[in-house]
Design a protein around this ligand. Structure first.
Ligand SMILES: Cc1cc2nc3c(=O)[nH]c(=O)nc-3n(C[C@H](O)[C@H](O)[C@H](O)COP(=O)(O)OP(=O)(O)OC[C@H]3O[C@@H](n4cnc5c(N)ncnc54)[C@H](O)[C@@H]3O)c2cc1C
Length: 377
């Protein structure tokens, strides 16, 4: 049986980054995935992902985000690929709602450069937006988006250049500890390693051997709308920032038009439970489409409703909607990364670094104790 220093199970957003950081430190790495690199069956596809620093979910994420930005820019420099666009982000909603208060709290705690605007000031600056007069807005200039598939492919390519062996079309059945190592069982036989990193995205519940985590999977839809010619320039990347609306009907967000598909918009709240992530309905849901088009009519009226594309993607929710990252509570040779709860991609670069630390040294200087799996086990 072939033996490696570290096996990484899952080469999506998080696992591809872990494989890169491990291999670049000289570890002999085997990465395994069922699907091709940058596929569209898991959680890391659909053109773009928001990245932002004024993190309304919790200020403790901000130091990790600062490191994530630095590592994305480092990956761009290594690969020559543009990956991150700092387009700005306009967050809008009730002044006492979780998005505005949370973003301002993170900004205050960490001295972040954000601008607080009235709804009227925001609409005057970006006339594509229509916001109720009672709302407030926060503009974060350094926020923007990552090209999601490009990021996964860049980490995987950089991992291979650093010496990692990446095998796709391999279905991992399970794993067990064995003496001073770990054995991974697959449909192509068994592989052994000193350490294991598990980054299986929506398939985590079946692979982590930790039912106490209580992970669940939600089906989420992305919609693209092609603006009419007259509205195109003001909705294009460069003119229009990313946007997030804490609206009465839910939390909606989107991106300026960056290619012929136009403006991408999606709902972060809601979502249908998924029993089997290998068997997902990927057709357009009329109720979801109606909700998106209502938001467009209310807040982006010049965009119109000429739908150009649609995709389905999966969130893996933890019970408290915060990530689950750390050493496996029962096996200190195993590091786990799961439950990214629909907001994890922007962290993939720093999670790769943290997982490499955990696998190689059983600890990390990165401040991620608040994400430990032990809070559930
Ligand atoms: C619609 C949508 C919008 C989002 N928007 C944002 C955003 O704007 N900003 C943000 O930061 N985050 C966002 N997220 C969340 C973010 O994309 C995810 O948190 C992140 O991509 C999760 O990466 P992952 O590596 O855990 O999962 P994945 O990328 O799905 O990777 C898991 C990999 O493990 C492999 N695997 C699993 N089990 C096995 C097995 N048994 N054998 C072999 N291979 C296996 C899978 O094939 C897959 O490649 C969004 C997610 C979705 C779905």
């Amino acid at each position: 049986m072939q033996r490696f220093d570290v096996i990484v199970v899952g080469l999506g957003g998080i696992g591809s980054a872990a494989a890169f950081h491990l291999a670049s430190r000289g570890a002999r790495v085997l990465g395994l995935d069922r699907f091709p690199i940058a596929h569209d069956r898991g959680s890391s596809h659909g053109q773009t992902r928001l990245i932002r620093l004024a993190y309304f979910e919790h200020p403790d994420y901000v130091p990790l985000l600062r490191r994530a930005y630095a590592l994305w820019h480092d990956l761009e420099a290594r690969t020559g690929e543009p990956l991150l666009v700092e387009s700005g982000l306009l967050m809008a909603g009730p002044g006492d709602g979780p998005v505005i208060t949370g973003a301002l709290a993170s900004a205050a705690a960490h001295g972040l450069d954000v601008e607080r605007l009235t709804a009227r000031e925001a609409c005057n600056r970006w006339p594509v937006f229509a916001l109720p007069g009672s709302w407030e807005a926060v503009h974060e200039r350094q926020a923007g988006y990552l090209f999601v598939e490009r990021c996964v492919a860049a980490h995987a390519a950089a991992a291979e250049r650093a010496g990692a062996t990446l095998e796709t079309a391999v279905q991992v059945h399970g794993w067990r500890t064995d003496g001073d190592g770990v054995i991974v069982t697959t449909d192509r036989g068994e592989w052994a390693a000193d350490r294991l990193v598990l980054a299986p995205g929506p398939w985590a519940a079946g692979l982590l051997q930790l039912p106490a985590l209580g992970l669940s999977v939600l089906r989420k839809s992305l919609f693209w709308y092609r603006p009419a010619a007259a509205a195109s320039p003001s909705l294009a990347a460069g003119a229009c920032p990313c946007f997030a609306f804490d609206a009465p009907a839910g939390f909606f967000y989107g991106f300026p038009s960056i290619d012929a598909r136009g403006v991408k918009i999606a709902e972060h709240s809601g979502g249908r439970p998924v029993a089997d992530p290998l068997n997902v309905d990927r057709t357009v849901d009329a109720a979801e489409e109606h909700a998106i088009e209502s938001v467009i009519a209310s807040h982006l009226p010049t965009l119109g409703s000429s739908r150009a594309d649609h995709a389905v993607c999966l969130y893996t929710m933890s019970p408290d909607h915060h990530f689950v990252v750390g050493l496996h509570p029962d096996h200190d040779r195993v590091a786990i990364a799961a439950g990214f709860s629909g907001h994890g991609f922007k962290f993939a670069s720093v999670m790769g670094e943290a997982l490499a630390d955990l696998a190689l040294t059983a600890s990390t200087p990165l401040p991620l104790g608040f994400l430990s799996p032990r809070r559930f086990c």
